[in-house]
Design a protein around this ligand. Structure first.
Ligand SMILES: Nc1ncnc2c1ncn2[C@@H]1O[C@H](COP(=O)(O)OP(=O)(O)OP(=O)(O)O)[C@@H](O)[C@H]1O
Ligand SMILES: [Mg+2]
Length: 374
């Protein structure tokens, strides 16, 4: 089990800054997920850790030792490439066996051991029937699994998995989210895993590091991120539909503070009132995840939070949940996530509860979560 640390790592390709001042530390045996949209700098980060891209500035540290100038082959990390990078002239079997036959390890594994290892990982990834084929005879999803198998067949110090299941069908992707995690946990191999999919990140990651344009926005467990997204970008990327945002201003009524948005007064918990009391800026952004808005019965009495009435504009069914698009008639619309059992139709009047504890408050300029800053 190794501990990996990045210290202010920057990667530039000419004028393009792909990764900027990136710092984080994995725990030993941890699965850390880099989550970010295309172009966020995920692959560049993995390639620098693997040593196949040079670091422009900063340090990559493994178990306390700076490894910037250590040859990739000496780093003992296994990477599954986003682009697969298979050897076209070798069979699937030989592609997977390749790292086990590298000159440094040839004396370690007998042919029988190599065969057993290749077959085990091929069965795990459901490609054991393809072992005799060449890469050109495979579908994209099959190639991806060969690339992943070539990485997993080893027992390196670290796995670097670059969007390893992005091109698989939904059923296999679901199984592998769970089983890759199990594979990694059983071996306790420190892993950095990338994805653009927040659900995948949350299901495989012990912690998640969110990248935007090469900059780390937040790192934490999914509970930490979901309970307190560090900025409006995070609120957008960890929720589908994204967090609801409204421009609001802080209103003082005697000792009490409210947030006012489009004529609605949001009640705030006492700790939130205290945080906002010291703020100079009056203008803020309120954010609420669609999954944290509750339907309430009419008529209802609620002692905390804020009730907002609206009309359902349309409803989208998404597997085991429904998304309702709600209009308040005040230039203020929002989305709510409901269970499939909720019988809500376009045109229905509904009443929604925005609990005090589910409101996030962001600075209008920096877009940082004001409640997050201590
Ligand atoms: N070899 C290169 N030369 C020039 N620019 C590059 C190169 N590789 C990546 N970039 C740029 O660096 C930025 C980060 O790219 P990177 O591939 O690391 O992103 P990513 O998060 O892996 O994206 P994706 O989800 O699409 O794989 C992008 O703006 C990209 O265009
Ligand atoms: Mg990439």
């Amino acid at each position: 089990m190794v501990e990996l640390e990045l210290r202010k790592v920057t990667k530039k390709y000419g004028d393009v800054v792909a990764v900027k001042d990136l710092s984080f530390k994995t725990r030993k045996g941890e699965m850390l997920v880099l989550l970010g949209p295309p172009g966020a700098g995920k692959s560049s980060t993995l390639k620098m850790i693997a040593g196949i891209e040079e670091v422009t500035a900063g340090e990559i540290v493994m178990d306390g030792q700076v490894i910037n100038h250590i040859d990739p082959a000496e780093r003992d990390v296994a990477m599954a490439f986003e682009t697969y990078a298979l050897y076209p002239h070798l069979s699937v079997f030989e592609n997977i066996a390749f790292p086990l036959r590298s000159p440094k390890r040839a004396h370690v594994f007998s042919e029988e051991v190599i065969k057993n290892k290749v077959v085990e990982v091929a069965q795990f990834l459901e490609i054991d029937m393809l072992l005799e084929r060449k890469p050109k005879e495979l579908s994209g999803g099959q190639r991806q699994r060969v690339s992943l198998a070539r990485c997993l067949v080893r027992e390196p110090k670290m796995f670097l998995l670059d969007e390893p299941i992005a091109h698989l069908d939904a059923k296999l992707r679901h199984r592998l989210r769970r089983d890759l995690k199990r594979w990694q946990r059983e071996r306790q191999t420190t892993t950095v895993y990338t994805t653009t999919d927040y659900l995948e990140a949350f299901s495989v990651g012990d912690r998640i590091a969110i990248l935007n344009r090469g900059i780390l926005q937040q790192i934490g467990t999914w509970e930490e991120i979901y309970n307190q997204p560090a900025d409006t970008f995070v609120g957008m990327i960890v929720s589908d539909p994204p967090m609801n945002y409204m421009n609001a201003r802080i209103v003082h009524e005697g000792e009490r503070l409210f947030l006012e948005a489009k004529g609605v007064l949001f009640r705030l918990s006492l700790p939130v009132q205290e945080k906002l009391r010291s703020m100079r800026e009056e203008e803020v952004i309120v954010g609420v995840f669609p999954s944290k808005i509750a339907l309430v019965e009419e008529p209802s009495v609620v002692s905390s939070g804020t009730v907002i009435d609206g009309v359902v504009k349309f409803v989208e069914l998404r597997g085991s949940r429904k998304i309702a698009f709600v209009s308040t008639g005040r230039d203020f619309n929002f989305t709510v996530q409901l269970g499939v059992e909720e019988n809500v139709r376009p045109g229905d009047q509904i009443r929604c509860l925005f609990g005090e504890e589910v409101l996030q408050v962001f600075d209008k300029q920096s877009r940082k979560n004001i409640l997050f800053l201590s």
